[in-house]
Structure formats: C-alpha cells, structure tokens
Design a protein around this ligand. Structure first.
Ligand SMILES: [Zn+2]
Ligand SMILES: [Zn+2]
Length: 550
C-alpha cells in the first residue's frame, strides 16, 4: 500500500486528526501524493522546554519522490508553521495564495531557505494542476486573510477539503464565503468532505467580525485612561477593528509586538489594510495623555515574551499601565493556556487595572464553524463520505454523528496515521502508518519520544545527582566523594552527607577485583546514590558518576 494505484483515491492524515493543531493531510492517487498543510502545534506541560511540536513526516519523507506538491490552505501556524523546518526533508513545490505565501516567505527568509523553496503563488479562486490532482482554491471566511477550501478532483471523484472556515456574512477584510462555488461542487457531486471539527460542540453560528468591531468601539469610547487590547496578530480584521475603535475614540493606535508589525506588513504587501489608521511608536506614545492612546498588543495567550505579558509584569520598556487603565482581551483562551493567561490577568488586576475579557463583553468571535454552519455546508456539498479532521477524538466523533444527521451516507473516523481508501467502493481503512511528533528543541528538530526529551521530563520530576569519586589504581578513596544535587531539596545538606557516607561504604564493601573495575564502581555508586535519595525523598534522580583515578 505504499504506492497509490491509478484506480484508487487515498486519504492519510499525519497531523491534526485526534488533536487540534499541526495539520498535515495527504491524498494519494495514481502513484503520487498531495500534501495539504504542514503546521505546528505548541508545547505544553508534557513537553518541558519545548515550545513547538510538529507532525513526523517520516511516511512521506520515505517516498518523497512521489510527493507531487504541498498546498497550504491559509497562513495560520497550525497549517504552515512547519514548512521551514520540514521542507528540507520533503523538497516538493509549495502552493499558496498571496497572503499565505507572503507570511511563508518571511519565515523562509528567517530560516535562510527563501531561495531554495519553490513557492508558487496561486490567485484566490484559482484552478491549477498538481498532477495527477486537479485543484481549485475556494474562498471561505475564517480569522485570517485568505482562508481557502480546496476542491481536489481526480478520476475517482472530488474531495472537498474545507481547511479552517466559518460563514461570516461581514468578515470586514477580504471576500465573503464563495457560496456559489460550494453549491456548484455539490451539484457536480462530491465524493468526500474533509472538514474542520473545532467547534462541533457549539450551537448556532460563530458570529461575525462586524459585531466585534461595533462592541470594541463602544467599549473603548467608554474608557477614560489608557487602553491596551490584545488579540491574535494574524486576525487582521480584528487588528483593524481595534485601530479604528481607537481613532473613533480620539486615540492614537500603537502596534506593540513584532508579530503584529510583521502581519500588518504582510497584509499590506498583498493589498489589504491599505487605509490602516496611522500608528505612533511605543516610545512616542509615552508622551501622550492617558486618554489619547490605545495599545494593540501581542500575547493574548500569555506568551511570556509577548507585549501583554511584559506590560502585565511591569517589565515593558516603553509601556506602563496603572490603576484606572484597562486591558482588553479580544480573544479566547486556547485550551492549555489557561494558567499563563490567568497569571497575567491576576498581575493586572492586582495593580488596579481593569481587565475585560470575552466573558464580560462580546469582543471575540471564533473563526471555526458552529453546528448550524456545518449543517449548511453539508447541505450545499452533499458529500457521499464525511471525514472529520481538525479536532480531538471527541470532536471528530461528534462531527461524524452530526454528518449522519445531515444524511451523509458514510462517515470515516481517521485519526493520525489512518490510511483510508475513499474510492473505489465504500470508504475503508486499509492500513495504519507511523504518525509521531517531532519537537523543535533549540535549533534541532527531533522525535519527541527521543532520549534527550525523555531525560528532560525525568529531570523535571526527579532532579539530578552527580557524584565524583577520586581513587587510586587499587580503588582506595584518595578524597571524600564529591556529590552535587540539582533540583533536589536538601535541608542543611543532610542528604548530601548521607550520600557521601553511603558512597564510602559502597567502596569499602567492594572486593579488591571489583575496585579495579571502573564500570563496576560506577554502577555500584549510581545505585548507592539513588537508594539514598529514594529513601529520603521517594524520588529517582538522573544520576551521573565520575571516577577519577590518581
Ligand atoms: Zn487550524
Ligand atoms: Zn486557521
């Protein structure tokens, strides 16, 4: 099943199915594979020291001569964030609409790859060929400029791959959902719909950016002191709404945070936001009266180096918020970030700064479809097969149930690594392939289950101990064993003393022959150290032993 035949159409997710983040989807037909999206996810408390994780592309890397191309649906990190790290393993041509291409080029430039990666810009609504696949970009609405769905046409039928979407009647930036094309695909007859599951538990509709714009304006007008608003930097309709709210309230907007400046530049390069309100710099804003300034900040998820976290901690070079000022969170908390966002809001509130979130005001809408929108698109596309993706298992299962209520005859549950034959015949799981995760660790990309990261998790829980034994050629101690403990509590050095004593005892107990054997001593010393720490603290530290013979 390694080479898809001309008589079949295969689907294989390697990321983003069974989790939200790091999307990587493959379609196989007539000897070739097509990749749709190549994104990252962010690390959490199970991955200490790791900020970025990504799908392991080993399956397709092994057959990269058969990878016809990589199509990116939009510029969110969970869809294109891994291109710079993983493209060197894949080396296939990349296709994207102008905004995603512009964001990608900035990343490739930083990675020194911009001259190497062939990025083909395709227009919104374009039809193009990545043989043997006939592709069509279809304009949707979401929370970033240029979200595209993809029609993937083959001899065996058409797959409608939604990408991330909702139906926003007033997206404020870019076009509305291309309803006519969606209905046309339905009329042509769609084999399968591979669809976003993120908000399948949300009743009704996602809501419009236009509502948020009106509410933000009211909120800002009612404030008398400084206002700082944070949102996702890539939600440029929102960024513009905040800037316009500032101007409407007689304030100067300030863009605070490099990600925001980069996103606005990328958008303007593509012809968006050309009449974005004039901004002042962070430094200049410091001279303005408190009611004449509005900061638009990065860091809505509590990212420690982003602008809002620095402001909350009172550590921003140019921006100060004080009692009476207001911090507005025009965003939702991504699951996993509750603690860091909570910490930041506590810091602000403790200093008398008002905190406004989407719980207290309608200042955020999601970019993903709620149930009514899902139903509407199932009615337009009328696929034979529903394949839920972009969700945890619970979202995918619920989404399949919803699709069945929409009279979709077949649903497929395909978490990462599930190879599905979509055609011919009924959709069938034909194989399971390796679908692991890689972690970006410093400048390296390595398997997350690798030795280094396993050790780091152990270190985090158990700390580390090291012991140095100075002995002569007969294995007699020439000095007191030296012990150092890292991340291990040791009141008054008692534990250290106990370890030293046990090491001395250990040496004395070894036979003359054993004492000439470095490996034997090392092993005995390691056991001695671990035994003492376990007895004192119930912990098993990572333990190193060094032997010096003099
Ligand atoms: Zn996404
Ligand atoms: Zn997205």
């Amino acid at each position: 099943m390694t080479i898809p035949s001309a008589d079949e159409l295969l689907f294989l997710p390697l990321g983003g199915a069974g989790e939200i983040g790091m999307n990587l989807n493959l379609y196989g037909h007539a000897g070739k594979w097509l990749m749709v999206d190549l994104g990252i996810a962010f690390g959490d408390d199970t991955t200490p020291g790791i900020e970025v994780v990504m799908p392991d592309p080993a399956f397709i890397e092994e057959r990269r001569q058969d990878l016809a191309g990589i199509v990116l649906t939009h510029a969110h990190e969970d869809h294109l964030g891994a291109v710079a790290d993983l493209w060197p393993r894949l080396r296939a041509p990349v296709f994207a609409t102008p905004f995603a291409a512009s964001v990608l080029r900035r990343k490739l430039t930083e990675a020194g790859l911009v001259d190497e990666v062939p990025v083909t810009e395709v227009a919104l609504g374009a039809k193009f060929t990545v043989a043997p696949f006939e592709l069509e970009m279809i304009t949707m609405t979401h929370s970033i400029p240029e979200p595209n769905a993809l029609a993937i046409r083959t001899r065996l039928g058409t797959v409608f791959h939604t990408g991330d979407w909702k139906i926003d009647p007033e997206p404020l930036l870019g076009e509305i959902t291309d309803e006519a094309t969606l209905k046309r695909i339905g009329e042509e007859g769609a084999l399968a719909m591979v669809c976003d599951s993120t908000n399948v538990f949300v009743e009704g509709e996602a809501g419009s950016e236009a509502t948020v714009r009106a509410n933000l304006e009211k909120l800002v007008r009612a404030r008398k002191c400084r206002v700082a608003v944070t949102c996702f930097a890539s939600n440029l309709a929102r960024v513009e709404s905040i800037a316009r709210a500032a101007v409407a309230a007689g304030r100067h907007p300030v863009l605070s945070g490099r990600a925001l400046q980069r996103m606005v530049e990328a958008a303007q390069e593509c012809g968006y936001l050309l009449d974005f309100p004039q901004c002042v710099s962070e430094r200049e804003a410091g001279y303005l009266p408190r009611d004449k300034v509005l900061y638009i900040c990065t860091g809505s998820q509590g990212e420690p180096r982003a602008s809002m976290a620095k402001i909350a901690g009172g550590e921003h070079r140019d921006i100060v918020l004080e009692a009476g000022d207001t911090a507005i969170f025009s965003s939702r908390i991504i699951p996993g970030n509750e603690r860091s966002v909570g910490r930041m809001q506590n810091e602000l509130l403790a200093r008398g700064i008002e905190v406004v979130t989407d719980r207290g005001a309608d200042i955020h809408v999601s970019g993903h479809p709620a149930r009514d929108e899902l139903v509407r698109v199932y009615q337009w596309i009328r696929p034979r097969i529903a394949v839920p993706v972009h969700g945890e298992v619970r979202h995918m299962v619920e989404h399949a149930a919803l699709a069945r209520t929409c009279q979709v005859p077949e649903t497929v549950f395909a978490p990462n690594g599930t190879l599905v034959r979509l055609a011919p015949g009924p959709a069938t799981v034909v194989d399971h392939v390796h679908a692991g995760r890689l972690a970006r660790d410093g400048d390296l990309v390595a398997p997350i289950e690798g030795e280094a990261l396993r050790e780091r998790r152990k270190l985090l829980w158990n700390g580390a101990a090291s012991a140095t034994l100075v002995i002569d050629s007969e294995g007699r101690a020439k000095a007191l064993p030296k012990v150092s403990l890292r991340g291990i509590a040791d009141m008054e050095g008692e534990l250290n003393e106990a370890i030293v004593a046990s090491l001395e005892e250990m040496l004395a107990d070894l036979s003359a022959g054993e004492r000439r054997d470095d490996q034997r001593i090392e092993e005995a010393a390691r056991q001695a150290v671990r035994r003492v720490v376990r007895a004192h603290l119930g912990k098993k530290p990572l333990t190193d032993v060094h032997i010096i013979r003099i």
